[in-house]
Design a protein around this ligand. Structure first.
Ligand SMILES: NC(=O)c1ccc[n+]([C@@H]2O[C@H](COP(=O)([O-])OP(=O)(O)OC[C@H]3O[C@@H](n4cnc5c(N)ncnc54)[C@H](OP(=O)(O)O)[C@@H]3O)[C@@H](O)[C@H]2O)c1
Length: 367
């Protein structure tokens, strides 16, 4: 079976590889699910693995199959699987348990271990292939009415976790009712976070550097949020105009923006950082001012990464609610289809060069 893989540690090594057809027997206790891959999304993580910034092959292999954003159809299930049946559309979680107490309670998304086991990223093959098998506990059903949103389930799970973690942590305030949110970054994560926050009834300002008109500005505004180009209206000017935020989701990929956000958060507010910043940049921060305002304002900063089964489920529920609230908007994020695994070079080129691509995905097979 065909697969798209890299040789970890070797820059620009993306290539076609061969994998054996997986079998239900690989999973014990009749809990296996065999999935035929239909579409796989790719993002900056796949690009950075191909740049050899991180990523490791599974034991016994010198290559790592890419792809952690999956969408497929169930072909067969083991005898103890009940929540999906052949013909169901599904996606699959990414991280697999290590040995920490969090892993043992199904929360490998918050593992305390330094080594992550992540399909398509570290030590486990990904989904950019024709079929995969996994334990039923990692297989999430996608409603048939959402099949046109396919690979968005995985990035949506990360946005869902980030927002949920803030609401969970803010229970410390007993009566927290956020009214105004900023979302920095209008890529897939920022746009999906915008959707969730609008569905929760917040006034949302979503920002990126690009000027209007643009597809991302149209998507933001179709969800009843306001698009701000930070090239025209920097963050602090926005805060002076409309007031500081109660809730900030940071998703630009820029650590300096992450720190800038700390100056525009209101009292009792919370920021969730989601950007993965692999570089070595340093930013100067007004440390006395921040320290004082954060202490006096009882503010909260948290980081959020990855997602578990329940975040996939809540993310998918919000995709469904988003579809009926803002019809035909979410699918506009799916900008850049690539036909066939063999077009992996075009896929990587789109990831690296196409600045207008909000979501690159590979059409692997028809149903
Ligand atoms: N924590 C998690 O679980 C998780 C999951 C997936 C991804 N991520 C990370 O989250 C971040 C966002 O992911 P993504 O896929 O949405 O990225 P993306 O598609 O690259 O989007 C980044 C967005 O931020 C804007 N931007 C970049 N630099 C900016 C700046 N200095 N000021 C204002 N806006 C800026 C970009 O637009 P302009 O170019 O117009 O400014 C773009 O809209 C990345 O770091 C990614 O690695 C985290």
């Amino acid at each position: 079976m065909k697969a798209v893989a890299v040789i970890p540690g070797k820059p620009n090594s993306v290539h076609m590889a061969e994998l054996p057809m997986p079998s239900l027997d690989e999973v014990p206790d009749g809990r296996g699910v065999l999935v035929k891959v239909l579409k796989i999304g790719v993002d900056a993580t796949d690009r950075e693995i191909n740049d050899a910034l991180y990523g490791n092959a599974p034991p016994g292999y010198d290559f790592l199959v890419l792809g952690h954003e999956s969408f497929g159809i169930v072909e067969a299930v083991g005898k103890n699987v009940t929540h999906v049946i052949p013909g169901d559309y599904v996606t699959c979680t990414v991280r697999r348990p290590g040995g920490s107490i969090y892993d043992r309670i199904g929360r490998s998304d918050i593992t305390s271990e330094e080594t992550y086991f992540e399909r398509g990223i570290n030590l486990l093959h990904g989904f950019l292939t024709e079929y995969f098998v996994d334990d039923a506990e990692f297989i999430v059903r996608m409603p048939v009415g959402l099949k046109h949103l396919h690979v968005l389930a995985e990035p949506m799970s990360c946005a869902a976790k980030a927002v949920e973690q803030v609401f969970e942590a803010q229970k410390r305030l007993q009566v927290w009712k956020p009214r105004r949110a900023y979302v920095t970054g209008a890529g897939q994560i920022g746009l999906l976070a915008t959707l969730i926050l609008r569905l929760r009834g917040l006034e949302v300002f979503t920002m990126a550097r690009s000027l209007k008109p643009s597809l991302k500005a149209d998507i933001v505004e179709s969800m009843g949020a306001t698009y701000i180009s930070t090239s025209e209206t920097p963050l602090e000017e926005l805060a002076q105009k409309v007031g500081k935020a109660d809730f900030i989701v940071e998703a630009t990929g820029s650590s300096s923006v992450a720190f800038d956000c700390m100056r525009v958060l209101g009292h009792n507010g919370a920021i969730v950082w989601t950007s993965i910043t692999g570089g070595q940049r340093n930013a100067q921060v007004p440390s006395d001012e921040l320290n004082l305002n954060w202490v006096l304002g009882n503010k909260l900063l948290l980081g959020s990464v990855n997602a578990n089964f329940k975040h996939f489920e809540s993310g998918i529920a919000d995709l469904a609610l988003g579809e009926v609230t803002y019809p035909n908007v979410i699918e506009k994020i799916l900008t850049t289809p690539i036909d066939g695994l063999e077009n992996y070079e075009t896929m990587m080129k789109a990831l690296v060069e196409d600045k207008d691509a909000l979501k690159v995905y590979v059409n692997v097979a028809e149903v």
